[in-house]
Design a protein. Structure first.
Length: 356
């Protein structure tokens, strides 16, 4: 188990599984003994995998001032942010989160990536974790595992954006700024909730699921992956990518084949069900840090016509809401992973908080 030590950099490089990645990042695992979940269940060891880039820098009082926590979406992982579309726009020399001046922390959430997952053996006996548990584990990774006592910024996409709202409420003095991308700070209801319920029922009610002890992927997983496809794209994008019948068939066939081969049904089920305890609307007034919430007009998961953001944002003391208009550049819900579109708003916030 990694524990806090005086030298943060020494700790990061001490993890036995740490290794330099081709992108210059450092991968590692932080293990928490007897981790207690909000439902009362425990795991003897909960492992949170992470990638870091750059190095932490402290001020004269020993406070880390350059750490940035970036949180991924449902079914994703931290290393997804190293893609050219995301990290290539933010982490390189001269860019807003240049790793020469920022310490970037990219964790894999509970049940995702290389962190502890149901598929590793417990299957459906794995604790039914929720977003509260995921944020607790993230906080312990940052503070106990990496020895970081303050964050310049917490930013997240989709599920990670929802976690960002929760960070702002639970640890209001711990960060200087917040950027949730593609989310709404209230409990998941309406069409969003219905789609998640379809995913859960399709898998759980499939006889081939066999209470999590399946020998081959249950057919209900295909339904779940179909819902994921619908949630994360947009009609305009799909029409542009597949303007003919044959091209549409080819794209969806390729997607389903690849995802059915690489997706574990238990992991997928738990990832979707984890959102059940999400509802930051009850404590938005606790958020103290400047916050910029960024959504896109073609987001099928968080459609602007619901009017929820306009109703909720006034309760955020230092909050700003940005709605990216529909265009040939947006990609529905997936716009959250295209900083080339929304980067100016991040730059504006960084100028405010980095010169406080």
């Amino acid at each position: 188990m990694l524990r806090s030590v005086a030298g943060v950099i020494g700790l990061v490089f001490a993890a036995s599984l740490n290794a330099q990645t081709p992108t210059g990042g450092v991968e590692g695992d932080f293990e928490m003994r007897d981790f207690k979940f909000s439902d009362g269940s425990t795991l003897p060891v909960l492992r949170i995998h992470y990638t870091t880039l750059g190095h932490p820098k402290k001020d004269a009082r020993g406070v880390v001032r350059n750490a940035v926590l970036i949180l991924h979406g449902t079914t994703g992982n931290g290393r997804g942010f190293l893609s050219p579309n995301f990290g290539g726009e933010l982490f390189q020399s001269g860019q807003p989160l240049d790793t020469a001046s920022h310490f970037i922390i990219l964790p894999d959430g509970i049940g995702t990536g290389k962190s502890t997952r149901p598929s590793e053996g417990l299957h459906a006996k794995f604790p039914r974790y929720g977003y509260e548990d995921m944020v607790t584990a993230q906080y312990r990774l940052v503070t106990e595992g990496l020895g970081v006592n303050h964050l310049l910024l917490v930013m997240g996409t989709s599920m990670g954006a929802m976690h960002t709202w929760m960070w702002g409420e639970r640890y209001p003095d711990f960060m200087d700024g917040l950027v949730p991308l593609a989310s709404i700070p209230t409990q998941i209801a309406g069409r969003n909730r219905m789609m998640r319920e379809i995913v859960s029922k399709a898998i759980r009610e499939d006889p081939e699921w066999n209470d999590g002890e399946y020998t081959k992927p249950p057919r209900g997983l295909m339904t779940g992956l179909t819902i994921l496809w619908i949630m994360t794209s947009s009609p305009l994008t799909q029409q542009r990518d597949a303007p003919t019948r044959d091209s549409a068939n080819a794209i969806i066939d390729r997607y389903m084949d690849q995802r059915m081969r690489t997706t574990d049904a238990n992991d997928f089920l738990y990832q979707y069900e984890a959102s059940r305890d999400y509802d930051p609307s009850v404590a938005l007034d606790k958020i103290q840090a400047p916050l910029v919430a960024i959504n896109s007009a073609d987001d099928e998961v968080n459609p602007p016509e619901l009017g929820l953001m306009e109703r909720l944002m006034p309760r955020v003391k230092h909050g700003k809401y940005v709605l990216i208009p529909l265009s040939n550049r947006t990609r529905g819900h997936g716009t959250h992973s295209l900083p080339a579109i929304w980067k100016p708003y991040l730059v504006e916030l960084l100028k405010e908080i980095e010169h406080q």
